[in-house]
Design a protein around this ligand. Structure first.
Ligand SMILES: Nc1ncnc2c1ncn2[C@@H]1O[C@H](COP(=O)(O)OP(=O)(O)OP(=O)(O)O)[C@@H](O)[C@H]1O
Ligand SMILES: [Mg+2]
Length: 338
């Protein structure tokens, strides 16, 4: 069964053709990162206009790379939410138009369910090996969630961020340190091979599985002021100091996320740990999570950030358990998982 997966919830216009929920036949992503970089973050109006420009070429590219036409597609899956309203609308309305014109089933997908199902695209089926229940860690631009997944479509969120998301924290740290946007990849590169000379605070929040990163962001700011690398130094920051702070910041984020993810595995007797979301592309986080006492499934870095394949995979599993949406499907910016 071929599913056309469409994703446009934030600043990536993406489409993919996925076979039987596990094989990627094509995956095309048009990123707007360079456009938003000059503003230091995503500008919603700019994002939705850019999606309008990109959606048709991206779809055509995905079909061409899979060497199929719409005739071969069995199901259209699209991110319904959460995300930016204007951005979501472009994908949802495009998917509805294709489904209507071709008389195809239409499946709306929760964006985080999409990030979860990226783990199904790595060649093994996590539902079989290691099997449910799984702990899913979604660490992305807008979320840091720990989810108990007891079966396909069966989710219980047991930990979430109380303020900033992990990706947001990376982006803010990147901005404070003058490293640019998005912060995640550049902070990781800057911190590479550095053992920080100091420790930044971790918010453990007792034995809660929730997260808090706003205190860490403030600590980064104070440290950057103290070491004279913020506000942006005119003559160029001392690269060693910036790298020191970047490494201390990354250590703190990775320590808290990996420790809580592993605690969740133990607390809920999970058979495996699944990672998803853009921050799961982070090398040290991937390494730290591999210390879990169960199998750890981490998608390839390019499947951690937004893409159409994960929506195609999640859409397939929704479809085979009987979930479809008619033309009433609507973009839902604050859609709940479940
Ligand atoms: N190597 C990395 N290390 C840390 N963070 C990273 C890395 N690569 C990407 N990120 C972060 O991932 C985030 C983007 O991830 P993603 O595309 O999944 O988020 P989003 O789709 O905007 O948010 P959400 O999925 O919560 O709606 C950015 O905040 C970026 O800084
Ligand atoms: Mg995302």
């Amino acid at each position: 069964m071929l599913v056309l997966g469409i994703e446009s919830s934030c600043d990536e216009t993406a489409a993919a053709v996925v076979e039987d929920g596990i094989r990627v036949l094509s995956d095309v992503v048009s990123s707007q990162v360079a456009i938003h970089a000059r503003y230091g973050g995503v500008v919603p109006e700019v994002a939705s206009r850019q999606h309008l420009l990109q959606i048709v070429p991206v779809l055509e590219g995905a079909l061409a790379k899979a060497e199929v036409t719409l005739d071969a597609i069995d199901v259209v899956a699209v991110t319904q939410g959460p995300g930016l309203m204007g951005s979501l609308m472009v994908g949802v309305n495009t998917a509805k138009a294709i489904a209507y014109a071709r008389d195809l089933p239409l499946v709306g997908v929760h964006h985080l369910e999409g990030h979860t199902y990226a783990a199904w695209l790595g060649g093994t089926d996590p539902a079989v090996d290691p099997g449910f229940p799984l702990i899913v860690l979604i660490a992305s631009g807008a979320h840091t969630d720990l989810i108990v997944m007891r079966g396909h479509g069966d989710y219980e969120v047991v930990g979430r961020t109380r303020d900033d998301a992990a990706g947001e924290a990376f982006d803010k740290a990147g901005r404070i340190l003058g490293l640019g946007y998005p912060g995640g990849p550049v902070v990781q590169r800057t911190a590479e091979g550095i053992t920080p000379s100091f420790k930044l605070p971790r918010a453990w929040l007792g034995d809660s599985l929730d997260f808090s990163f706003s205190g860490l962001k403030t600590a980064v700011l104070h440290k950057a002021q103290e070491l004279g690398v913020y506000p942006a130094p005119e003559a160029g920051a001392d690269a060693t100091l910036v790298a020191d702070i970047a490494a201390a910041f990354q250590d703190a984020v990775v320590d808290v996320i990996a420790t809580k993810a592993i605690a969740a595995v133990k607390r809920y007797g999970a058979k495996g740990l699944v990672l998803g979301g853009g921050v799961s592309a982070n090398g040290p986080l991937r390494e730290a999570c591999r210390q879990a006492p169960v199998p750890v499934i981490i998608p390839a870095p390019k499947l951690c950030t937004d893409n159409g394949s994960m929506i195609g995979a999640a859409g397939y599993y929704r479809f085979i358990r009987g979930v479809t949406h008619g033309m009433a499907l609507d973009a839902t910016p604050s859609l709940a998982l479940g």
